[in-house]
Design a protein around this ligand. Structure first.
Ligand SMILES: [Zn+2]
Length: 302
């Protein structure tokens, strides 16, 4: 009896922790988990990847504001044998990039060129927008300053960390224009940002990409054939997440365009497909985002 109670309690705690971790902007070191031989992740908003080699460590994404950046730096100290510390960001949004100030001086910041241009055009505006969402977010983002990256690349750069190499890739526009993907070898682990998620309706932000350009990025990613995938806002999975993401986008795109050809308005299609996809994809938690994606299909046309 007592054992059963304890088991239920532990189960409840684990669930509560997971839910809290996916929406609370404060990263917790105790959520750190191992994804593959050289890749660890702090699970939270967003999931932060830490790639550890014998000569250096690469962190992917910063958390929301410098305090979260400092939390990550604390976890890095425990996991890493030392050496150079590299930092890169999957895209320019504040929970991915605005914690850079919490990292130690000497951290080597790397970013793809398109993302850097997006950061310069819209970074400050996004920090303001996030700050207006809650008092907690405003506090975490107070006095955030963005600095120039140390290394900017066009489509690919490699970081040799000693026994493990990270390939930093820009393959085109999807969630944003500058989405960066990180492929870790020999682990065969893809750190996928928002581009490949685990059962989450995709969202294109501001200028971003288009439904078709997103599919194009997925088609370039597929041949990497990753064994593990760590998305930023959902649970880790295996390589099948790429095909799952593609199938969902194509399904939504095809249904939207069929209804568009019948003369239905984007608004009506959004409502109708939200209901339809709720039944078709019952375990996707943010199905209400379908309507926003339908707008993007209409905007792209065809
Ligand atoms: Zn984002």
């Amino acid at each position: 009896m007592r054992k059963a109670c304890l088991a239920t309690f532990v189960l409840m705690c684990a669930c509560a922790l997971r839910v809290a971790a996916q929406s609370d902007p404060s990263l917790l070191p105790e959520t750190t988990t191992r994804i593959s031989e050289h890749v660890y992740a702090i699970m939270g908003f967003p999931n932060i990847a830490i790639v550890v080699g014998t000569r250096g460590t690469l962190v992917v994404d910063t958390g929301l504001g410098p305090r979260n950046g400092a939390t990550i730096a604390g976890v890095v100290k425990k996991l890493s044998p030392g050496g150079l510390l590299y930092l890169t960001t999957t895209h320019f949004h504040p929970e991915h990039a605005a914690g850079e100030g919490g990292f130690p001086s000497g951290t080597i910041l790397i970013r793809d060129r398109v993302q850097q241009q997006e950061m310069e055009a819209h970074g400050a505006e996004m920090v303001t927008r996030f700050s207006q969402q809650s008092a907690q977010r405003a506090e975490l983002l107070a006095n955030v300053k963005m600095r120039q990256p140390d290394i900017v690349f066009d489509t690919e750069t490699k970081v040799d960390l000693g026994g493990v190499t990270a390939r930093l890739l820009w393959m085109g526009e999807a969630h944003t224009k500058g989405d960066e993907l990180i492929f870790v070898e020999p682990d065969s682990t893809l750190i996928s940002g928002d581009v490949v998620q685990n059962k989450r309706v995709p969202g294109i932000y501001m200028e971003g990409g288009t439904p078709s350009s997103w599919v194009g990025v997925l088609d370039k990613l597929a041949p990497l054939n990753p064994r593990h995938i760590l998305p930023d806002h959902s649970d880790p999975g295996d390589g099948s997440l790429i095909a799952q993401e593609r199938a969902f986008i194509v399904d939504l795109q095809t249904r939207s365009l069929a209804l568009k050809r019948q003369g239905t308005s984007a608004e009506d299609v959004g409502k109708r497909l939200t209901d339809e996809f709720k039944t078709k994809y019952p375990d996707w938690p943010n199905i209400n985002a379908v309507a926003g994606f339908v707008q993007r299909v209409y905007a792209e046309g065809r």
